[in-house]
Design a protein around this ligand. Structure first.
Ligand SMILES: [Zn+2]
Length: 379
């Protein structure tokens, strides 16, 4: 679905009440790359794990099952992502459990990362211009650039990504927003930054373009500590790459580590008077993954390819446009796991702005951004 500007004008007018006062003056947005809603809401699936490749590693298989396998979906998800299913489920909101009629979807055509992240950050799906994961400077303005253009937030916006394409998605130079991504060292004068920079050179990443998330989260924490920031974007990447590699156990363990890292960050934010009671957390993902068989969960995305007979086709993995999202903070009513309500990825940026008491403005001439998720913002 594509909203045109003229059509959306009435929508944004009816949303103008959102320029109201909110408690939030900082938003921390975290994405967990290609994390399926199936694991978020059902926990690990033993069909994936009770296979020869895993069973052969007897001790690992037993340890993994002991840690992550339970009889019910509610128990399994709670051991996989305990922060989501305690703090967020208790005090915030979770969207995207299709088992309960809450569908989350991307609106872009491609179902892979660059278009997904751009949709999250700009509120629009620019299907004409954003057609690959190449390092192309985003022609559209993200919420980071929009905020950084306002005197009140200038210099108070930063982004951290495990994937080295984020400086292009955010359009770092034009935006004037620092983006630390890929294998870049971070500029900072704390002891911890120095240690992370040193380790980043010494610890090998399994991937060419994606670093391990501990560095991304570690640098982001130091940035938040150094000075009061108003918008921090943290893009974690391990889940997607372990999934592409076909390592379901590592994918699940990466999800567990992501949840723990976010839990630690949230706990620290509640102890710092600059952030406590004034910070909203949003967690989401850029796309889903295949859901049809044990094979397609590794994959996602609509890519053109040449078939054996020489004709061309476009890849298709059912379910890879399905996403989820979570909200937590002083302006989000506690509704826990939401049932029967549909959300789309282009609603993240407008909703983040609304949590800060602002009405998001995208930069596209024709397309219009998604609507605010009103139920996630207390009026
Ligand atoms: Zn991927």
């Amino acid at each position: 679905m594509r909203f045109l500007k003229a059509l959306a004008l009435s929508v944004s007018l009816s949303c103008s009440a959102f320029a109201a006062e909110t408690k939030t003056d900082t938003v921390v947005l975290v994405t967990i790359d290609g994390m399926r809603w199936q694991e978020v809401f059902r926990g690990v699936d033993n069909a994936f794990f009770d296979q020869d490749a895993y069973i052969a590693h007897k001790k690992h298989h037993a340890d993994f099952k002991a840690k992550y396998w339970r009889d019910t979906a509610e128990e399994r998800r709670a051991v996989l992502m305990p922060f989501l299913w305690s703090t967020v489920a208790g005090d915030g909101q979770l969207y995207g459990n299709r088992d309960k009629g809450s569908e989350g979807d991307v609106t872009n055509r491609y179902h892979f990362s660059y278009p997904g992240y751009s949709e999250i950050l700009t509120g629009i799906a620019d299907d004409e211009r954003l057609v690959s994961n190449d390092k192309l400077l985003n022609p559209n303005r993200t919420i980071l650039e929009w905020l950084n253009g306002m005197p009140a937030y200038k210099g108070k916006v930063e982004a951290f990504g495990s994937w080295d394409v984020f400086p292009y998605i955010v359009n770092e130079e034009r935006a004037g927003v620092p983006v630390n991504a890929g294998f870049e060292a971070y500029e900072g004068d704390t002891k911890r930054v120095a240690i992370l920079n040193e380790l980043q050179e010494q610890v090998p990443s399994p991937w060419d373009t994606v670093r391990l998330d501990a560095f991304t989260m570690g640098y982001a924490r130091e940035a938040l500590k150094r000075e009061k920031l108003n918008f921090v974007y943290i893009a974690l990447g391990e889940t997607d790459d372990f999934a592409h590699d076909g390592h379901y156990d590592q994918y699940a363990m990466a999800a567990h580590r992501s949840d723990k890292a976010i839990a630690d960050l949230w706990a620290w934010l509640q102890l710092d008077p600059r952030y406590a009671g004034r910070t909203s957390l949003i967690i989401t993902t850029d796309h889903g993954r295949g859901s049809e068989s044990l094979e397609t969960w590794k994959h996602h995305g609509r890519f053109p390819y040449t078939k054996e007979d020489g004709t061309t086709a476009v890849s298709e993995f059912a379910g890879d446009g399905e996403i989820w999202m979570a909200f937590l903070g002083p302006d989000t009513p506690a509704r826990g796991e939401v049932a029967g309500e549909t959300v789309t990825l282009n609603q993240v940026a407008p909703t983040a702005a609304a949590l800060m008491g602002l009405t998001f403005e995208d930069s596209h001439e024709v397309l219009a951004h998604g609507e605010v998720i009103e139920a996630a913002v207390r009026k």
